[in-house]
Design a protein around this ligand. Sequence first.
Ligand code: AMP
Length: 457
Amino acid sequence: MCGIFGISGHNEAARLAYLGLYALQHRGEESCGIVTCEKTRMRSHQGMGLVGDVFKEATLKTLTGNIAIGHVRYSTTGSSVEKNIQPFLVRHQSCSMAIAHNGNLTNTLGLRDLLEGKGSILQTSMDSELIVHLLAKSRRKDRKERVVDALAQLEGAYSLVMLMDDVLVAARDPFGFRPLCLGRINGSYVVASETCALDLIQAKYVRDIEPGEIVFISGKKLESIKPFPERRHAFCIFEYIYFSRPDSNIFGKNVYQTRKRLGRCLAKEAPVKGDFVMAIPDSGSYAATGFAEESGLPLETGMIRNHYVGRTFIQPSQLIRDFRVRIKLNPILDVIRGKKIGVVEDSIVRGTTSKARIKTIRDSGAKEIHLRISCPPLRFPCFYGIDFPTKKELIASRRSVAWIREYMELDSLDYLSLSGMLKSMLLPECEFCTACFNGKYPTPVSRKHGKDMLEKK
Ligand code: AMP
């Protein structure tokens, strides 16, 4: 889970990258960085923490050049330490390279063995570093061919932006797991994980970078190639359910409207007889709107979110996570007391925050609580960049819906069906990766890889 941004041919490149990352902050709160290039000299600033804290006006001034890439990070592969911050910057022979990666490769073990066997000394535990080594090792003379040569060896999920000297390269894996879009501002090209980053800098959305496409942007000129065989797409459906910002359009559809459709479909599949519908804010808010519309029940605000607290799962320590559950949401007692309530949430992952929130609603005097989840039970880990690490940690992988209902002390619990979820997407079913729900991984994932990923957490 990360956000990436790139811009070429703009004299405010660093500042626009900063704003772009600001808009993508929800994709990772652990660390961030920007690299710019002036002629062939790269400049970089990075740090642990939020974009607004890591970058100050004075630092942005030092990031000169009219081409920039940036990254916000939540670690899925590689631990949360300073040397793993991206963009990852190297100098090799006469070429400077920087890379920012969103996604997770599934052949990291094989690639590490291969590279170390050939004498590479790897500095980080990030799979993104492997891409830089593959680029440096390629025997092809031409930049374009070297990129194709390196990317052809990758398996799994990658949306990338790279600086190769003063050329901005953007690429998306042939399955298209993670989103990546192309925009324009004053004739300059911009690449970003989500369209909300284009909106903030008032860039115009042009199109998505297509699955399997590589673009080379030099100044204000763009060249696109699609060197890999076409294959089925595997857009991450969880981007729509939870991860992307609702004001973004990804994979050709608006996230907010998709979430509303999920809520509508959920209300048809699992109606609630109650006094009103409320969301667990903010993640459940958009599905709750659709649920209320479809069911004809009033939509109430039963909990207020403290906006000065980040997403609860973003700090990867159980102690902090539980603490954050308590400080993040405050119930409105006078709304909840004595009422039969349909509560809508986007997903249940580990079950810990949902249980705590349901307890808060119960302790506030709710008479009945009917929890509705706008996706099916999450039963399988993701190897493509979403943080569902172990099967063991996913509550629905070990427990039945009835068990979870009892554990959370609910009057009823229902999840949206897989077919209902897919129908709500308004895109052909075969376009999506639904592995976290049904275990059907679109690429081979070895057990060893899974185990390795878990040990690195
Ligand atoms: P929990 O009840 O502890 O499983 O927390 C689940 C809530 O956290 C969901 O309702 C989501 O809003 C949010 N969430 C979504 N994705 C993740 C994730 N990958 N890890 C943890 N929490 C997530």
